[in-house]
Design a protein around this ligand. Structure first.
Ligand code: AMP
Ligand code: GLY
Length: 428
């Protein structure tokens, strides 16, 4: 095929997820060129980067038109919730991801919980509030431990796990009266605290058709042994043995299929990624939340496990066409370890030079999450999560060993990583 006949793809976003998507798309024989907006220091080596922010819908649509791209892959939730896919569709540009209506599943926890109730999808008991007095009355009847959540997008921070009545009441007042999380906290969900192990299922969806990627687990806390502050994710691995074939079939039958049927019944033509955050409780799996995009850093392990070309899957989903019947995955396992800047998820320095090894072993990848490229062409730190080091191998043990060996060869000031990614699976 001539290069001119090959596809030109625009990837929207600037993190590790987007870099992993670009690395995977570059493996596709269908793809000619990839551009990114805004991208990052590492992405720039593989895709020309355009300085347009992810919430600048008009700018992104104009870029897609000027560059005559064949497909836009939208990484983060913010542009999806603003309606980027609808805006692109309106000018005839194919885009992967749900429209604004489908993105409500992630953008509004109240919408999502009401959706679960309407379609009988297993989840934590809940109620939603916009006023303090009824919320406090509900807390009297539902003593701690209890979970208080800002309804809107809060970059993973709007969830308070209250152990005492005072913590619960403070969280309610902070969100509804104190402006914590801004307009995202103007409406809240109070829900039952669930106990168990967490795991995620990612499905690529086209209407009621779907393909599940291997079940994964991420590591949200900053410290080893799952201690310390919540982060965007310090590492992930797939598959997790916590979800065997039997449980996977139950999750598909009781959660994924009813969700897709519910979306259709509600008049939402869902296309894109459905990412279920699950709690595996004694009473079966329950959905904690839905996201409508690929997880970060989960993408960095899910895509290396995919043996087939990703691009035809994304195109079929974007067009609302049936997905390929048989999708192949590699045996073995994949892991990603995040190299963060010391201080993350609090304040951290930027602009530190990063030293990389001259070459990396087969089956490993260096994914850039928060990097910049300075005037001399050198890569520097530019975010809290700086890099993701991923490895795929015949077993999780081997993958972890490969990934950590590579982690140790990458050097920058204040490099911080967790040494126990995959610990639950490795100790099973
Ligand atoms: P969410 O953004 O709703 O996924 O919440 C973020 C994190 O908070 C989850 O990954 C869980 O670790 C925790 N969480 C949220 N809701 C609950 C719940 N009802 N019970 C226990 N943990 C929860
Ligand atoms: N790793 C969690 C997320 O992407 O939301």
């Amino acid at each position: 095929m001539e290069t001119s006949q090959k596809l030109k793809i625009l990837v929207v976003g600037s993190g590790g997820r987007e870099h992993a998507l670009i690395q995977k798309c570059h493996q596709s024989p269908l793809v000619g060129a990839i551009i990114a907006a805004p991208g990052n220091g590492g992405i720039a080596a593989e895709a020309s980067c355009h300085p347009i922010e992810v919430d600048d819908l008009a700018g992104l649509v104009a870029l897609a038109q000027t560059e005559a791209v064949d497909l836009v892959i939208v990484g983060p939730e913010v542009p999806l919730s603003l309606g980027l896919v609808d805006a692109l569709k309106a000018v005839g540009i194919l885009a992967y991801g749900p429209g604004k209506d489908g993105a409500e599943l992630e953008a509004s926890k109240v919408f999502c919980k009401d959706f679960f109730a309407r379609h009988k999808i297993p989840t934590a008991e809940y109620a939603s509030f916009t006023e303090v007095p009824p919320a406090l009355a509900y807390l009297q009847e539902h003593p701690p431990p209890i979970v208080i959540k800002a309804s809107g997008l809060a970059a993973g921070k709007g969830v308070i796990m209250a152990e005492t009545q005072a913590q619960a009441e403070d969280a309610v007042r902070d969100m509804l009266e104190g402006g914590a999380f801004g307009s995202s906290g103007a409406e809240i969900v109070i829900e039952e605290m669930l106990f168990g192990e967490e795991a995620s299922i990612h499905a690529i969806v086209s209407d009621e058709d779907f393909v599940c990627l291997p079940p994964s687990q991420d590591h949200k806390r900053a410290g080893e042994g799952d201690t310390g502050l919540n982060t965007g994710g310090m590492g992930a691995y797939a598959p997790t043995g916590k979800i065997d074939a039997e449980l996977q079939a139950r999750i598909e039958a009781n959660i994924i299929r009813p969700t897709l049927a519910g979306l259709k019944a509600d008049g939402i033509d869902f296309r894109g990624t459905l990412y279920a955050g699950l709690m595996l409780t004694e009473n079966g799996p329950k959905v904690l939340e839905y996201n409508v995009r690929f997880g970060d850093p989960e993408t960095q392990v899910l895509l290396p496990m995919l043996a087939d070309d990703l691009v035809p899957l994304l195109i079929a989903s974007a067009k609302g066409e049936p997905l390929p019947k048989k999708v192949r995955f590699h045996d073995g396992a994949a892991i990603v370890v995040v190299l963060a800047a010391k201080g993350y998820p609090g304040d951290y320095p930027k602009g530190d030079h990063i030293d990389f090894p001259k070459s990396i072993p087969d089956g490993t990848a260096i994914v850039h999450a928060g990097t910049a490229c300075d005037q001399k062409g050198q890569i520097t730190t530019n975010g809290g999560r700086v890099l993701g080091i991923s490895a795929q191998a015949s077993s999780l043990q081997n993958a972890a060993q490969k990934a950590y060996e590579l982690c140790d060869q990458i050097i920058f000031n204040g490099k911080y990583l967790r040494r126990d990614i995959g610990h639950r699976e490795l100790n099973r």
